[in-house]
Design a protein around this ligand. Structure first.
Ligand code: SAM
Length: 360
């Protein structure tokens, strides 16, 4: 079997099995990840509003590797006015303490469709359940679609809509290594270029892995399994579940992890199991930006040089490569953004933010 296909099938199984716990522990879970998600969503709001103000064409948002559909819920809420809805409607309830989900007439007017694609049927099921729970299909005029499938096959043939394709929160890092990343860049170009749209990839930077990455994976052992740099591996097999006591924040110098250990059936085996970093294995992960766990989970934190090379080789038109900290150092220090702006629609916004284009 072709290695990429093999890898795709293996990863699909891993994501199917961790989908539910990923939703519980990672999406809005780890504080540093929540900050990055906030940054991405605020950035995307600004980008969509900017574009909506400058085109008469309806916008179609493609979310590649959409997971449990956080953008569906966000834009469902933001394009729903609760004025006509009962106070106890799920959307009214959702918005009560979330000013960021306030009705946005510019987006309501500009957005036509939000399409999510994910290879994990379990993720798509979770996203569909949330769309149903909040009834956004009924309250918003925007069309919300979800497809189980490969991000690499994404395409848009039409001309009616202005396509905006995004791939967020380091999803490129879990898309089957470098061969998969190349396929993602190509797919995003296919979706957006001919129709003058915008492609945006938000991912982490390898140099920040020691400060953000190690602690993040050590804090979410239940999701992706025990990282290979932690020892001992006494409970690293499928028959146990490890749950770390705390979320380790960025720049923590603590090289141990305290975890509860359960059997797969839910019986507690240990209350304070101590895991330690193995310096050599940590050094290998830091050097390569490759994350591996005993559960077969694989991820990459690519360095800026690698992302830049792909932007240059695989994208065209107005291209930007942005260190996310240059836009927001508090929330997005470890990130980088790759943008392909085929129709020149982002230019004014980026100029306002002091972001310079890197390629012509
Ligand atoms: C890090 S999660 C991010 C989920 C979502 N974008 C979010 O921000 O909450 C990455 C997602 O990519 C999906 N994925 C990985 N490889 C994929 C591929 N080749 N095609 C489609 N989805 C993929 C996984 O199933 C997972 O839901």
């Amino acid at each position: 079997m072709e290695p990429l296909i093999q890898r795709y099938n293996d990863d699909k199984g891993v994501w199917d099995s961790c989908a539910e716990i990923y939703e519980e522990k990672v999406v809005r879970g780890h504080p540093d990840i929540a900050l990055m998600e906030d940054f991405e969503e605020n950035l995307l709001d600004a980008l969509l509003r900017h574009i909506a103000d400058r085109t008469d064409r309806p916008i179609k948002l493609f979310d590649l590797g959409c997971g449990s559909g956080r953008l569906h819920i966000r834009y469902g809420a933001k394009t729903t006015s609760v004025r006509e809805l009962p106070d106890d409607h799920p959307i009214s309830e959702l918005k009560k303490h979330k000013p960021e989900l306030e009705y946005d007439p510019v987006l309501d007017d500009g957005l036509k469709e939000v399409e999510g694609v994910d290879f994990s049927q379990k993720m798509i099921d979770l996203a569909e359940a949330k769309v149903d729970e909040y009834c956004i299909d009924e309250t918003s005029d925007v069309e919300f679609t979800l497809k189980q499938g490969s991000a690499f096959e994404a395409d848009y043939d039409g001309r009616e809509c202005l396509p905006v394709a995004v791939c967020l929160i380091n999803s490129i890092g879990v898309m089957q290594g470098e061969a998969g990343a190349v396929r993602l860049f190509e797919a995003m170009r296919n979706v957006t270029e001919d129709a003058g749209g915008v492609a945006l990839i938000s991912c982490y930077r390898k140099r920040y892995f020691p400060y953000y990455g190690l602690g993040q994976y050590e804090s979410t052992l239940t999701v992706s399994g025990q990282p290979v740099w932690l020892v001992p591996d006494t409970y690293a097999g499928e028959e146990y579940v490890l749950e770390s006591h705390t979320y380790k924040r960025a720049y923590s110098e603590d090289d141990t992890v305290l975890a509860e250990v359960y059997t797969a059936g839910g019986d507690k085996v240990e209350d304070e199991f101590v895991l330690r970093r193995d310096p050599e294995a940590v050094a290998a992960a830091v050097r390569t930006g490759r994350i591996r766990t005993h559960a077969g989970y694989n991820s990459r934190w690519y360095d800026v040089e690698q992302i830049r090379e792909w932007i240059e080789a695989l994208w065209t038109g107005g291209r930007y490569h942005i260190k996310s900290k240059d836009v927001d150092a508090v929330r997005a220090e470890p990130g980088q953004l790759a943008v392909m702006d085929s129709g020149g629609l982002c230019k004014g916004l980026f100029e306002r933010w002091g972001v310079t284009r890197v390629f012509n």
